[in-house]
Each structure stands twice: as C-alpha cells, then as structure tokens.
Design a protein around this ligand. Structure first.
Ligand SMILES: [Zn+2]
Length: 232
C-alpha cells in the first residue's frame, strides 16, 4: 500500500497545543463516485471547508492529511438527537478519523474490497500505535447517527466482518459436531471438525450474508458454528 501525505489547509482542523489522549478510531466514507486518496488530499489542502479527516484510503494507498496529534473535524455534529451510542463519548478531540474513498459503487463488501482491506490494515496499525482495542473502533454512524460509512451501516454483517478482521489472528472453538471445512468459499468439503475444536483464524470473509473464517491452515468454515475464545 502506497503512503501519501499532503497536509490539509489549516482552516480545516485545529492545532493541538498539548498531547492528545486518543481513545477512538472513527470510520467514514466519502460517498463520491470517483474519489481517490490523491484528489481528497489535494482538495482538503486547497479548500477551506471546515471539515477534515486524518487519513484517506482508496484501493491503492493511504493519504495522511491531518497530523494525528491535531484535531480533525469529522464527528462533531450530531444527527441522532443525542441518541447515538457514542455521542458525547467519542469526540473530535479524542479520536482519529479515517475516510474510505472508493466504496460507493462496490457491492462486494468484504475483505476482498481493496479499499476496505486497506482501511483494515491502517486501522490495525493505529490500534497498535495508540493501544486501542476493537471496541473503540466505531462508525461515524455510532457517534452521530449519520449514515456513514453507508455500506457498513446498511449491511450489519459487513460491519461485523470488518470488526472481526481488526482482531485477527484470534482463536475460536466449534460449538457443534461436524462443522464443515471447505477448500475455499463455495468449494469442496475437505474436513469436518469435531465439537470443541480450537482453530486460529487469520481472516474473515462475507459471502451472501454469511461470515466465513479462514484458518491458519488455509481452510474455510462458517463462523456461526464457533465461539470466540477470549485470550486476554
Ligand atoms: Zn462520516
């Protein structure tokens, strides 16, 4: 993934005079049809629009627009009448905003969507750097009630898939006897797992509203028939 940087017009964000306490990562999408990381970086560097995001992500790159220690204006307006679960908890001051550029026309809302895949890679890096766990990775929707990022709001399973992928690798245990294991999604059955089998998952995929896990050994099975093991 290519890394680009072009810092935003100063009028679109607020310089922070002290070290910020970053507790949340907030996912957005740009809702345009031809947006790219580069044209978003150019636009926010040029214009005075009074809004911003720290990073932009498209199919090929991540673009850095606002320094992480400064305050981007990305989740400060409430559309939920105070009812969104993270309103008042997650703010512009304690969060980093990530904007996905190339989602609108893509109906394949799983890990194979390259923009989502790159957003997952970036989000995981920031989780590690700022010691943030998956519970504190939220959608703009969860903070303000806005339908953003719409493809991950309108399809609850797509958001679930995104969240699981932030946590890989993780271990699960099968919750029924004879869980079918496939060579690929939609492929042949290559094994049947006994009840209580522990498996390490490296990736989660969404296909026809079903979540499939890929094991460390490269075989696939329905996540539904497993339980996540808490390792901490
Ligand atoms: Zn948003």
């Amino acid at each position: 993934m290519k890394i680009l940087e072009k810092i935003s017009n100063k009028l679109n964000y607020k310089k922070s005079s002290k070290k910020r306490n970053i507790e949340f990562l907030v996912e957005h999408y740009s809702a345009g049809t031809k947006d790219t990381t580069q044209n978003e970086l150019d636009y926010f560097a040029r214009e005075n629009v009074g809004v911003s995001a720290h990073d932009f992500v498209d199919d090929f790159s991540v673009g850095h627009s606002v320094p992480y220690n400064d305050v981007a204006y990305h989740c400060g307006v409430d559309y939920s009448n105070g009812k969104a679960p993270y309103w008042g908890k997650c703010t512009n001051y304690n969060s980093i905003g990530i904007e996905m550029c190339a989602l609108k026309d893509d109906k394949i809302l799983d890990l194979r969507n390259p923009t989502i895949n790159n957003a997952i890679i970036l989000t995981k890096q920031l989780m590690k750097e700022y010691n943030i766990d998956a519970d504190h990775v939220v959608r703009h929707y969860d903070v303000c009630g806005k339908n953003c990022p719409a493809p991950l709001v309108e399809d609850a399973a797509a958001w679930k898939c995104f969240k699981y992928n932030l946590q890989t690798p993780f271990k699960v245990k099968t919750t029924k006897e004879g869980v079918k294991a496939y060579s690929k999604i939609g492929g042949a059955v290559v094994d049947k797992f006994e009840l209580g089998k522990k498996i390490t998952i490296t990736e989660v995929y969404l296909q026809n509203e079903h979540l499939y896990a890929k094991s460390k050994k490269g075989i696939f099975f329905r996540l539904k028939y497993t339980k996540k093991l808490v390792t901490r």
